[in-house]
Design a protein around this ligand. Structure first.
Ligand code: ADP
Length: 588
């Protein structure tokens, strides 16, 4: 009897517990229909439509087309699938597209609330999205593994495919492009057919001299000479795959007009990544996304024989004969850059999130030598809350920099390292870039800054000063003095001679608060002119090739604008050519 009573009590308690649990986590309910909401993304208003039946989210449609960066669109696809799978809008943001992701999640939340959902209930009922943390092991045999689908990796892969090679292209992010996507200027090249057609006299020797002067004589002269002498051929190759760069202009540190850009003025990086991606598509090359290489394997003779990598569903071992490392730099890895440059602790970065130096670490484990690893380029005009780079053209078209006291402190168009150093000497280590409506009207890039909400604007200089907490009379005098400099084409205090074509007199006036940000890591693994990775004893590591920002030596102590793109296209091609010929093939 006592036993029965205990059993009954246990049953009653269990029932209570179950009903308490049921009460704590009620099932999600919705009013069936399609609900729309919107939120401000990085550059545009993102719209989200959520369709629900009584118990579940049955569709998530996202319009993020106004997010010009490819990332906005990528975030839309991934988040739509993630929200459907988890049945809640509270899913992880997509790395590299945080602002777009946050807007998408906010709009989805609002739409679901309009459908009568309680978001806390959706979270409590979150569905298991299938990530059990246990992955299968897969072994794949291939001839070559290319690690990193930025500009260098994609250029190398096009060459490999055209030569009929068997290879895989790994990319740890869910999208291709890396830092290459962020290149806005163009590609330096000398003696090109475009220069000849446009009557521009240039030479390989001049390109070499400019690059070494710009790099403070630290560059590896042999690598620079190869880059310069292969540059015209690389422009022809880009033409041959439909990635023409016919628009030539001037870029800092060059003696003549040498920087080659897309005809329509679009950013060279996004343009090349799009052209390379469609060429790879056309050739039938599939990029293995979200697959991060973690280790390079060698045989008893020290020759490359494999790569270990972690994919979304499997851990891979690739058995191969060669590896082309195109993993980019380490400007997004604070721990790594402060290891080499403790003074840069806390500095924001303009880099893509995949720029974490993995290739350098993996090559070092095989004894690779490093070159100029502490040479890191700061960009002087980076908005700190968004890490958005304010293009040099803003200063080139006439903007000035003032400190918190409202006065200029440098020739704003000195080299990037010099302007950055001058900013770091100011109170708070920041400055304001000041421009007017006339400059905005002439520079398309500014619309992006205004849309993102990083600009402060006022109808008068005094009004602008008040918003910036600067003494109005001081800022007004600074602007008046600068306009005098423009009128006289003479800047007695700082000796500026360029970017003085237009004064700053057309209201409204604008300011963006900026400070230096990490932009390019010039050092990296040592390579020879055939893109072999060289070890600390001066010998090539058999089967290991590298190209692009993962390498050091090309840029020395300061990279000239236009040379990063030259580096990735030219050495990406050379790495592939060397691998092809050493594995017994013919590059086409
Ligand atoms: P580059 O300009 O030299 O081509 P990018 O930064 O444009 O360099 O491209 C490097 C690419 O390599 C990025 O897309 C980055 O995400 C990818 N990457 C970095 N580390 C790894 C890794 N361990 N495995 C796979 N891909 C990687």
């Amino acid at each position: 009897m006592k036993k029965l009573f205990c059993l009954l009590m246990t049953l009653v308690m269990m029932l209570f517990a179950v009903s308490a649990l049921a009460e704590a986590v009620p099932a999600a309910t919705f009013t069936p229909g399609t609900y729309e909401a919107e939120a401000q993304g990085l550059l545009s208003t993102i719209k989200v439509w959520v369709t629900v039946d009584e118990n579940e989210i049955t569709g998530v449609l996202i319009d993020a087309n106004g997010e010009t960066e490819a990332l906005g669109g990528m975030a839309a696809g991934k988040l739509s699938a993630a929200i459907m799978a988890a049945q809640t809008p509270n899913v992880d943001a997509i790395s590299g597209a945080t602002v777009s992701s946050t807007a998408i999640k906010a709009a989805a939340t609002e739409a679901l609330q309009a459908a009568g959902a309680d978001i806390a209930v959706l979270d409590a009922n979150r569905r298991d999205t299938g990530d059990k943390g246990e992955k299968e092991d897969k072994t794949i045999d291939t001839e070559i593994v290319v690690i990193g689908a930025g500009g260098a990796g994609m250029a190398a892969s096009i060459m490999l495919k055209q030569a009929g090679k068997d290879f895989v292209l790994l990319e740890k992010m869910p999208y291709a492009g890396g830092n290459t996507t962020k290149a806005t200027g163009g590609m330096n090249a000398a003696e090109t057919h475009y220069q000849k057609e446009q009557g521009i006299e240039d030479s390989v020797d001049l390109f070499v001299a400019d690059t070494i002067k710009g790099g403070h004589d630290l560059n590896d002269p042999e690598l620079v000479r190869v880059m310069a002498s292969e540059s015209a051929g690389a422009i022809d190759w880009l033409d041959s795959i439909g990635a023409d760069l016919p628009k030539i202009s001037f870029s800092g540190g060059a003696s003549v007009n040498r920087i080659h850009a897309p005809a329509d003025g679009s950013g060279v990086g996004e343009y090349l990544v799009e052209k390379f991606s469609s060429k790879l598509n056309e050739l039938g090359v599939e990029i293995m996304y979200e697959t991060k290489a973690t280790e390079l394997l060698t045989d008893a003779d020290g020759k490359i024989c494999g790569v270990k990598a972690e994919g979304p569903d499997a851990n891979y071992t690739f058995n191969c004969k060669a590896v082309i490392l195109t993993t980019g730099g380490f400007g997004a890895n604070e721990e790594m850059y402060t290891q080499y440059r403790p003074d840069l602790k806390g500095t924001v970065t303009t880099n893509a999130p995949g720029a974490t130096g993995d290739g350098i670490v993996m090559a070092q484990a095989l004894g690779a030598a490093l070159v100029d690893i502490e040479q890191i380029q700061l960009h002087p005009t980076v908005e700190q809350t968004t890490s958005m780079l304010i293009t040099e053209s803003v200063r080139g078209d006439g903007a000035i920099l003032v400190n918190q006291s409202g006065v200029r402190f440098t020739n704003e168009l000195l080299t990037r390292d010099a302007v950055s150093a001058a900013e770091l000497e100011q109170e708070g280590c920041y400055a304001y870039i000041i421009f007017d409506q006339n400059l905005r009207d002439h520079l398309k890039a500014i619309e992006k800054y205004v849309k993102t909400g990083i600009t402060v604007q006022a109808d008068t200089i005094e009004g602008l000063a008040e918003q910036l907490n600067i003494d109005p009379a001081t800022l007004a005098k600074t602007l008046a003095d600068w306009n005098e400099c423009v009128k006289n084409q003479n800047d007695p205090e700082f000796g500026r001679t360029t970017g003085m074509d237009a004064d700053l007199t057309t209201p409204p006036y604008y300011a963006i608060k900026i400070a230096p940000g990490i932009h390019h890591t010039m050092g990296g693994v040592k390579i020879d002119t055939s893109a072999h990775v060289i070890n600390t004893e001066g010998n090539a590591i058999p089967g290991l090739y590298a190209a692009g920002e993962v390498t050091g030596g090309v840029h020395g102590g300061n990279r000239l604008g236009g040379n990063a793109v030259a580096d990735i296209v030219i050495f990406g091609r050379i790495a592939a050519e060397t691998a092809i010929s050493e594995l017994g093939g013919v590059a086409k």
